[in-house]
Design a protein around this ligand. Structure first.
Ligand SMILES: NC(=O)c1ccc[n+]([C@@H]2O[C@H](COP(=O)([O-])OP(=O)(O)OC[C@H]3O[C@@H](n4cnc5c(N)ncnc54)[C@H](OP(=O)(O)O)[C@@H]3O)[C@@H](O)[C@H]2O)c1
Length: 305
């Protein structure tokens, strides 16, 4: 077994859905955590979890640079979702890119790890994507994040042990307020649970994703791409059926126009076929997901309280 080096880790997004599961994993593994907090509430939550706090936002590039330079590794999970999902995706992606350049730049030549949280949505529509795939270039504002992920892979050449950890569109579990929670709320409002065609979504439980972030920090080779995937591709039809059952609503196949009307910004997302595997990641880092699958979590009722 490889010996694990104990690190003082700077974590952005440490107060978020995934970050708040990553922090206890890091602490349990013996690492120290310094979390970025942009509000009093986030600072309090981080201190309560046992982390040191650096106050600042993703736009405070000097703060990010200093905190990264003072660390022995960086996990970057913050993203301006509030800006991105109110029409400002390109702006959020631009701020993310600047933050990445600042933090990874501070680590140049050190060999220290920098792990970027990224996404799998739409990786290879129509076939199961692997860690070796990158989405084709497109004019979509969402593509800005793909370009940042490519850049992080390339930054391995600057002497940073970079890795890109791609997350499925649902990192699920009790307390989730992400896409599945939004889908449940919109289905309730629409009076039916809709799906579009044969779209499939990969999925992972939050606890397994959190464990993979720690393994990536500790052991991922420079320039690696990792997939936090447990379920390779759950047919969205089955997600709709589980939600229909949980809410006692009918299930309906929708045209894209009907989905956009019922689910607004989520309409194109639920229609995006995104199946992906994690065989290479499992072999590389001895990561074996153990949490409940997405359909098990939906059947447990935790999304319908
Ligand atoms: N959850 C998923 O299913 C999923 C799927 C694919 C990819 N991802 C990616 O995984 C990462 C973590 O996602 P998540 O679900 O944990 O997100 P989340 O719950 O929305 O948390 C976002 C984190 O970013 C922080 N943040 C947002 N804007 C900021 C700003 N301007 N300055 C400083 N911090 C800011 C938030 O701080 P506050 O606590 O103060 O708000 C929070 O800690 C993100 O990159 C996300 O896009 C998530």
């Amino acid at each position: 077994m490889e010996e694990v080096v104990i690190m003082r880790v700077f974590v952005t997004g440490a107060s978020g859905w995934i970050g708040s599961a990553v922090v206890p994993e890091l602490l349990a593994a013996g690492h120290g955590v310094v979390g970025l907090a942009r509000s009093d509430a986030s600072a309090e939550a981080l201190a309560k979890a046992g982390a040191e706090v650096v106050r600042g936002t993703l736009d405070d590039l000097g703060t990010l640079r200093d905190a990264a330079a003072a660390s022995e590794g960086v996990l970057h999970l913050a993203f301006k979702h509030d800006v991105a999902f109110s029409g400002g995706f390109a702006e959020a992606a631009g701020a993310d890119r600047a933050a990445v350049e600042a933090m990874a730049g501070a680590l140049a030549g050190t060999g220290r790890p920098f792990v970027l949280a990224s996404g799998l949505l739409g990786l290879t529509r129509g076939r199961v994507g692997t860690e070796r795939d990158f989405p084709e270039r497109s004019g979509s504002p969402m593509h800005g994040r793909v370009e940042t992920a490519r850049r992080v892979v390339d930054l391995a050449e600057t002497g940073v042990r970079t890795s890109v950890l791609r997350l499925p569109p649902t990192v699920h579990g009790a307390g989730d307020y992400g896409f599945i929670a939004a889908y449940v709320a919109a289905s309730r409002a629409a009076g039916r649970a809709g799906f579009v065609g044969d779209a499939r979504w990969p999925a992972v439980h939050r606890s397994d994703a959190a464990r993979l972030f720690v393994l990536a920090l500790e052991n991922a080779p420079a320039g690696s791409v990792l997939h936090a995937v447990q379920d390779e591709g759950v047919p969205f039809r089955e997600i709709a059926e589980a939600v229909g059952k949980g809410l006692d609503l009918p299930v309906a196949e929708l045209s894209q126009e009907e989905a956009d009307a019922a689910y607004t910004w989520l309409g194109p997302i639920i229609a995006t076929d995104s199946a992906a595997s994690s065989d290479l990641t499992r072999a590389l880092l001895s990561w074996e997901p153990t949490g409940p699958g997405l359909l098990d979590d939906l059947a447990s009722g935790c999304y319908f309280g």
